[in-house]
Design a binder for this molecule. Structure first.
Ligand code: GZL
Length: 323
């Protein structure tokens, strides 16, 4: 069983993007593409959906970088958060014999067959954002994404420091996704003894609101919500206010992502702490894809490193953010 090569416990504290250099031969997971000067690099990209502000910003970043002017022929397919749609798109890319396949897997498992088909077709895979668990050896050449476990740990450390007696409800992302699994692991390793209940809001605002409406009935003693992303946290605000309570005060909210709406909630004192998960890495992805297609050695993983924000953030800070 091979998983994202990224040891879950490792995290780089430096800001910006740090590339960890465990060089990978491009041959693993597929052969280098042959592209001449005026040929466009044909890339099949399966994006998992458009479920959140984070995903929208990530899609915009990928499309802004993988342009025809930059030498790419991008076939971008949105899967509406359905694995079967991603598997179909991946198979279509094989049939089209693209030069490189990139995708962000909606959940970690269920990819063995299609990853083997891609490997047999000799098409290199660049894994984006989410991680996979698979029995296929060397299923992809390189992975670019964030350290989800560290994001959970960072959120947990804030809770331990600032709300050590809080009764915490954990609002989880898509069950079985790398982001959900690892954020849960990191957070619960620090303050698991404070967690009184968990439910998934599937990374969407609407489902986050529904989950919190039920949570407030089941766990009326809840006074802090750890939400795996801003969008579900915004849904939690709606549910908390509908219950006649004050978000950020009666019930604190800690989230992950750092999209503009989430940071605005922090300025408005409805969120208490936001751990960033930077979605804007289209340029680094474009470079990785070019290197993979050219048969260059590439790092096995590139960590898009995060920071965190508390209520000292200003409106000017939020207005200046790129997403
Ligand atoms: C994280 C990404 C997660 C975001 C959510 O890299 O996979 O998926 O945290 C998004 O907002 O839905």
């Amino acid at each position: 069983m091979s998983r994202s090569p990224f040891p879950r416990s490792r995290f780089l504290a430096a800001l910006g993007t740090a590339a960890l250099f465990g060089l990978a031969a491009c041959g693993s997971g597929g052969s280098a593409a042959s592209t001449s000067g005026d040929d466009l690099l044909r890339v099949g990209f399966s994006q998992l959906g458009a479920e959140s502000g984070w995903r929208t910003a990530n899609t915009e970043s990928v499309k802004a970088s993988l342009t025809e002017e930059a030498g790419f022929d991008l076939n971008f397919v949105d899967a509406q958060q359905k694995q079967e749609n991603q598997i179909k798109a991946l198979r279509d890319f094989v049939a089209q014999d693209v030069d490189v396949i990139a995708f962000s897997p909606v959940i970690e498992t269920g990819w063995d067959e299609v990853l083997q088909e891609i490997k047999d077709a000799g098409i290199p895979v660049v894994l984006v954002d989410r991680t996979v668990e698979t029995t296929v050896e060397d299923p992809y050449v390189t992975w670019i994404g964030a350290d989800f476990e560290q994001e959970g740990t960072t959120a947990g450390e804030w809770v331990k420091e600032n709300a050590p007696d809080a009764k915490v409800f954990e609002l989880q992302g898509t069950l079985g996704s790398g982001a959900q699994v690892d954020r849960e692991e990191g957070f619960n390793a620090v303050v698991g003894d404070q967690v009184i209940g968990k439910a998934s809001g599937n990374f969407t605002r609407a489902e986050g609101k529904t989950a919190v409406e039920a949570a407030l009935q089941a766990y009326p003693e809840t006074d802090l919500i750890f939400s795996h992303n801003d969008d579900m946290g915004l849904g939690a605000i709606e549910a908390i206010e509908a219950a006649g309570k004050k978000p950020g005060e009666d019930i604190k909210i800690v989230t992950v992502d750092g999209v503009r709406d989430g940071l605005q909630a922090l300025v408005d004192k409805k969120f208490n702490y936001v751990v960033e998960c930077n979605p804007v890495f289209g340029d680094q992805l474009a470079e990785l894809i070019e290197d993979v297609a050219a048969g260059e050695e590439v790092p096995k993983e590139t960590i898009v490193v995060d920071q965190a924000f508390d209520q000292t953030i200003t409106q000017a800070d939020v207005d200046a953010r790129p997403y």
